[in-house]
Design a protein around this ligand. Sequence first.
Ligand code: NCD
Length: 311
Amino acid sequence: MKHLSVQHLLGIKYLNLQDIDLLFETANHFKEVINRPIKKVPSLRDITIANLFFENSTRTKLSFELAEKRLSADVINFSASQSSVKKGETLIDTVNNILSMKVDIVVMRHPNVGAGVFLSKHIDAKIINAGDGAHEHPTQALLDSYSIKENLGSVKGKKVVIVGDILHSRVALSNIYALQLQGAKVMVCGPTTLIPKHITSLGVLVETNLKKALQWCDVANVLRVQHERMDINYFPSIREYTQLFGINRELLDSLGKEIVIMHPGPINRGVEITSDVADSKQSIILNQVENGVAIRMAVIYLLAQQIKPNS
Ligand code: NCD
């Protein structure tokens, strides 16, 4: 039985290539399971998982919850907007109270960078980072790479451009780590104000001309402008952003080749991508969502193996 090299999933930064291979192999198995008439396996019948969401989420929260239920785990859900966090309780107190109910795994989304790492040092449960501020979103990057591999046969040697608000995106950073670990070439493209100054130190290419970036790549992963993380104006208007960095059919047709279009969601239709492109054959956005469940089942299953060494 192969094992992950890590005790928690805090970021792609902490994984090695064998971990990614093992996660993908396990996800292949679960993808087959969730396409069966009976989509559930009894693997985690005695495991309890708490989903703690201190920030809004639709897809990630539902995807984790479904993954946990498909594995037959007991699941409790917590969202900060309806909790005592609003009454001034600290993170450790909130989580310790939940853990005294005998929780084995905590899936956490939190607005603060490093919240997962902090928690892993203070509590006795497996931690899965479901997004910490503008830092990492490891399961999203895993499902993105898995979807590229499924579509193009491999990640190694592929050219991937991440388009849009790189500065505020945890999806971007986790994708950069995951893609490079697997031998892909990565470029970022967006307004200079939304590209971190030192990003080239990560070994990525930077391009501010969208057409040139798309001509270079095999895959474009398109990001939403994260208005909720912006305290100033990073570009003059949404209309100008769309004109310079929006992906539309005409632009794609002018490339003379077909690239794969991805988006982590939620999409702002008509801003970073037009509806016809998002819904076209070259878009794998819904495959990403489907693969998200299989990937999250794999992450949870492999971490749970470390709790139950004899299973
Ligand atoms: C992303 C996130 O929350 O970081 N969404 C997601 O998890 N699918 C990206 C975003 O919010 O734009």
